[in-house]
Design a protein around this ligand. Structure first.
Ligand code: TRP
Length: 349
């Protein structure tokens, strides 16, 4: 069994442990602030975080600004992207009082963990990471030191707060595996400091974009959570379908049609096959109208709340100041433990 299917089969047992003892778990997850959050983020992890919060699990969210510059030169529009993400987190139902939301660049002690962690992995291991390989190929650039090592930095994101549960899509699974390796090797070499966090793979790990490829802002195939109903209609209507009137779910042969079916199914808690059946010989036009209605209905409340939150001029600064302060406290405490474990606490008596 490959590591993905092995993880999926562990999920039911993990879910049961979380539900029976939510106080034992701390979630860390997050994303790169590269643009507005879209349906892929929502069905991939955002709604999962809200569900875990509802069970009583503490949540820490990283806006991974140093990960933005893995495949591009600059973190353009960083402040806007951070603001947009926070608005979507809160609109989706994250509780700002109970959630720590922070940015990499504001937490020096987290970044410092990268140095000891780098000593625990080899270049060969880093080069094997399938997600790094795919991102490198997509970037069309040569491999930067940060692109090669950002999964180790991601281990620092997770371990600085001793998170033990990481809800992620399939893409991030190799990074969680690496985090477990780093934690285990650190503990073996220097003494028990870190938990070995578990990945929680979401039920909709890959949401197709409107062209059937992975939904991504850079492919221009995404429906942003913050789009208006009209903007949603416009992007959905641009989807390339085909002349065949009978609607069938065939992701390889009919990527556009199938992406719309999957999107509509996610938004209505149905299946692509059931919607195809319902639409019968309705053709691409009916499929598009069905999908537009499904997305706009599903996100109407989210969008209303988001617009409300956006009116509060001090909200984002308050949330970030509180989150960054808290993340710094936690990171400094962990770094102190790491120094002590490594025999580097020179000021101690
Ligand atoms: N790599 C994640 C992404 O695909 C973002 C991220 C950064 C992350 N640090 C993390 C996810 C820690 C989970 C845990 O955008």
């Amino acid at each position: 069994m490959d590591s993905f299917s092995a993880t999926v089969s562990r999920m039911a047992a993990l879910e049961a442990r979380v539900a029976s003892d939510p106080g034992r778990f701390r979630v860390l997850t997050g994303e790169r602030p590269t643009g507005r959050l879209h349906l892929g983020h929502y069905f991939g992890t955002v709604r999962e975080r809200v569900r875990l919060q509802g069970l009583g699990v503490e949540t820490v969210l990283v806006l991974a600004d140093y990960q933005v510059i893995t495949d591009r030169d600059t973190a353009d529009n960083g402040a806007t992207n951070v603001r947009d993400a926070i608005l979507d987190y809160l609109a989706a139902g994250m509780d700002r009082a109970a959630t720590t939301i922070f940015t990499h660049s504001s937490v020096p002690a987290l970044n410092q963990l990268l140095l000891p962690f780098l000593s625990l992995v080899t270049e060969v291991e880093l080069r094997r990471n399938p997600t790094v390989k795919a991102e490198l190929a997509a970037s069309g650039r040569s491999l930067s030191g940060l692109m090669l090592t950002y999964p180790v930095h991601q281990a620092a994101d997770i371990l600085f707060c001793k998170a033990n549960l990481v809800p992620v899509g399939k893409d991030n699974l190799p990074h969680v595996e690496l985090t477990r390796t780093v934690a285990r090797r650190f503990n073996d070499r220097f003494g028990a400091v870190f938990p070995e966090p578990e990945a929680l793979i979401t039920r909709a790990p890959e949401v197709p974009g409107l062209d059937g490829r992975k939904m991504s802002k850079s492919y221009g195939n995404a429906i942003a959570l913050s789009m208006t109903a009209d903007e949603t209609a416009a992007v959905v209507r641009r989807t390339l379908t085909d002349a065949e009137r009978r609607i069938t779910f065939d992701p390889t042969g009919r990527p556009g049609v199938s992406a719309l079916l999957t999107t509509a199914a996610l938004c209505t808690d149905s299946t692509p096959e059931a919607i195809a059946e319902e639409l019968g010989n309705g053709g691409g036009r009916a499929l598009k109208e069905f999908t537009i209605e499904a997305v706009n209905t599903r996100f109407a409340q989210h969008r209303r709340r988001r617009a409300e939150l956006a009116k509060d001029p001090g909200l984002i600064t308050d949330v970030l100041n509180a989150g960054n302060r808290r993340a710094n406290e936690v990171a400094e405490a962990t770094l102190d433990e790491v120094r002590a474990a490594m025999g580097m606490n020179y000021s101690a008596p």
